[in-house]
Design a protein around this ligand. Sequence first.
Ligand SMILES: *Cc1c(COP(=O)(O)O)cnc(C)c1O
Length: 362
Amino acid sequence: MPLLPLKTVLDIDPYKGGESTLPGVAKPIKLASNENPFGASPKAKEAAIAAMANTGLYPEGSAAVLRNALATRYGLDPGRIVCGAGSDEIFQLLLRAYLGPGDEIVQSEHAFLMYRIFARPMGGVVKTAKNEGKRANVDSMLDCVTEKTRIVFLDNPNNPTGTYLPFSEVRRLHAELPDNVMLVIDAAYAEYVNRNDYSAGIELAGEAENVVMTRTFSKIHGLAAMRVGWMYGPASVVDALNRVRLPFNVATPAQAAAAAAIADGAFMEMSARHNEKELERVSGAIAAMGFEVIPSVGNFVLAAFPIEKGRTAGDADKHLRSRGIIVRGVAAYGLPDALRISIGSEAQNDAFLKALGEFAGK
Ligand SMILES: *Cc1c(COP(=O)(O)O)cnc(C)c1O
């Protein structure tokens, strides 16, 4: 009998990313992975191409160019930043460094799937706290904390619901956690949020000994293909992650592209303004068709469908696919009756709304 993987590995439901192809459709409209419809800043692309001159050489292992660019942009100490191959890698590194067999993580209902996917092979136990409506609830998250809890993950805003916790609630969550529990604030969509009571958590990660904030270049920066994310937090966490990460975990063109992207404030601003306008338009139009829309602050929106035959989320998905449009089913997130729709270009959103309108009118 051949060697078997660990039971903790076989227990994982593998992550399924948003699909990008449809049989028989040459160019499907992909609104399934919360990508930036404009792609990346031209400056980021130029920087990546220029960096291709040096592909014979290993990358600078600490991603200093990128850490310095981030430090300049946000006024941070570059020594307290770690870059990774997407923020996914940062989650994995945190769990590898801090979670032992039998240790627990706490997350909200409908939390981003990667936390539990990376916690399981460490032998970790996942505690999921009930939401209030579609929003994370600080009290129920705190109720899940035991002496075995090592890390509390909060994706703020949450993917896939699009809801967020005001910063006062994040501060309360932190204040009531024991010192030996780490709070990881995953702020993948922070740049899209236009609410006065929201904060990505940079201040908290700067001052507390047990708070880490993660960010990504995959969303507003349009660099999902380059795989770049980063964390900011206590020096002790930076030291731990630098011990467990691969020595050359961020490719040179990816470092260069991300450093150029973070310096291009105009591109970010343009992307955020577009999203603001289109998120409101798309949300309003879906609601006007009679479907429940969860108010979102991200670059995507969750719509709930009836359970009656012919009207379900699965039926809607099938109809959209027949029109060449791919959105995201979110059953794996515990939301079998909903679809998550990324905000695309104006033309993509028009096509989506037209197709959903046909479905609604059937
Ligand atoms: C998309 C997303 C990320 C980003 O993952 P990367 O590995 O950086 O591409 C992180 N957290 C949440 C909640 C996301 O939706």
